[in-house]
Write a protein of this length. Structure first.
Length: 467
């Protein structure tokens, strides 16, 4: 005898159960069963309803497809529940996937739409009937194939919209397999193929517009990457300099809040935000930045203040940030919580002591990660932010900027900051000359006025002085 939905969902929290029962006709096949098993496991293990334990995910799903179904159901009907601990199980399933023996070029017949999600396959006929060039259609299909592969791996949603575009772009740029990462312009092309499918298949214009925002952002990144350092910095200054960086940090945090706690895209957004924030406070070299460990080079005090102190790889000299700005401390807290409730921040820090601050485990990331993160966030490599900091100081106080820059950037010798010092001396000289020009102009104006005085006025002036 088939169980009723309310019986299957008896252990599900009331608000979530009510939302699922109201949406019963639209429930994904198997969603009710896996949600029922999941919440029964949570209650049996006396786990937190706000942040279910890892074991509940393992107990509820015996296959990866069922596990992914559970995550989709939680994201839809229980967005307030933290799924941060699902990351561990997701990584386990990903590791179990069979590795391809060899890369074989598939035939056209086996690839056209065969691996697409069901909703995309239903739209394919509309794309086939569209009045576009055959070459354009072929290019769109190849791009959609790339997107479908990412969706099949569980790294992105198959629903057209902002979240799917964000997750797809993150997966293309920062795929777990480094060999499968692509440049921003390629990622934009792949997204454009999916957007074309949605446009021909009747997807709402609002969803497609949101996807185009991500595509344009990717193309902006590609354009900036082609410029040299000073052109990049010039454009960054035109956008507002540090004000633009601060805005991007806010946008990345807001985007992360809109994504599920278990999402790889959410972690990448926060990783970009926290690296940009820390570099704004004081810009370390990327080789130093990737080596920091909690409780060693970067420390959280009891009152929530973060500090960093480290030996520089290049100069061997010690340097420090001092007390990091409160706003940036908040961003670091949010990063280490990784989707967990705020109240767990002290416990989470103690749990992470000894771990790398960027990977949140004991592995150290590759050296170029900070550059990849800042490029994705603001369009410039991390080292450019060191130059940006120097430029701000030079403009603020050119007479003393050279020594301040040397301390702030951790230069070991005067020679190391020779270029910055030359710019500061030039700026200081220019400032002195501007003052001198104003003085000369004022004196010249006074002399001219005196020369224009008539003889009678000069005699009156002389008489007044004599008296």
């Amino acid at each position: 005898m088939k169980s009723r939905p309310d019986e299957i969902l008896k252990d599900v929290p009331a608000a979530i159960r009510r939302a699922m029962l109201e949406d019963a006709p639209q429930l994904e096949p198997g969603a009710a069963q896996v949600m029922g098993r999941f919440w029964s496991a949570v209650r049996a293990g006396k786990g937190s309803l706000a942040m279910p334990p890892t074991e509940a995910y393992r107990d509820a799903a015996a296959s990866e497809s069922t596990f992914r179904c559970l995550l989709r159901a939680l994201a839809r009907y229980a967005p307030h529940v933290s799924t941060a601990l699902a990351k561990v199980v997701s990584a386990e399933w990903y590791a179990r996937r069979p590795k391809p023996a060899a890369k074989v070029a598939p035939t056209v017949e086996t690839t056209i739409g065969a691996a697409w999600p069901e909703t995309w396959r239903r739209m394919k006929s509309d794309l086939d009937d569209a009045r576009i060039k055959a070459s354009s259609r072929q290019r769109y299909i190849a791009s959609i194939d790339r997107c479908a592969t990412i969706v099949a791996e569980g790294l992105a949603s198959d629903v057209h919209g902002f979240v799917a575009a964000c997750e797809l772009s993150e997966a293309f740029l920062f795929h777990p397999d480094p060999e499968r990462r692509v440049k921003p312009v390629s990622a934009a092309n792949y997204l454009d193929g999916l957007i074309a499918l949605g446009a021909k298949g009747g997807v709402a214009n609002e969803s497609l517009t949101a996807m185009r925002v991500i595509s344009r952002d990717l193309r902006d990144q590609a354009e900036l990457a082609e410029k040299n350092k000073y052109e990049r910095l010039s454009r960054l200054m035109e956008r507002g300099g540090y004000a633009h960086v601060a805005d991007r940090i806010r946008e990345l945090r807001e985007r992360a809040h809109a994504l599920p706690a278990h999402s790889a895209a959410r972690r990448r957004c926060m990783q970009q935000a926290v690296v940009c924030a820390v570099i704004m406070n004081k810009p370390p070299r990327k080789g130093d930045l990737v080596s920091w460990r909690f409780g060693h080079q970067i420390v959280r005090e009891v009152d929530g203040t973060w500090r960093a102190e480290w030996p520089q790889e290049k100069t061997r000299a010690e340097t420090e940030t001092g007390a990091i700005w409160p706003e940036i401390c908040d961003t670091i807290d949010e990063w280490i919580l990784d989707g967990r409730p705020d109240r767990l921040v002290h416990f989470r820090y103690q749990e992470l002591v000894g771990s790398n601050w960027l990977s949140l485990d004991h592995s150290q990331p590759y050296r170029n990660l900070p550059t990849e993160l800042t490029k994705a966030a603001i369009g410039v490599p991390s080292h450019d932010l060191r130059t940006l900091a120097a430029d701000y100081m030079r403009r603020h106080d050119p007479a003393r900027a050279a020594d301040v820059i040397a301390t702030h950037l951790g230069h070991g010798t005067r020679k190391a900051g020779k270029a910055y010092r030359a710019e500061c001396e030039g700026a200081a000289g220019e400032a002195i000359w501007q003052v001198a020009r104003k003085t000369i102009a004022a004196q010249s104006k006074n002399q001219s006025a005196s020369a224009r005085l008539g003889p009678a006025r000069r005699i009156c002036s002389f008489a007044t002085v004599s008296a």
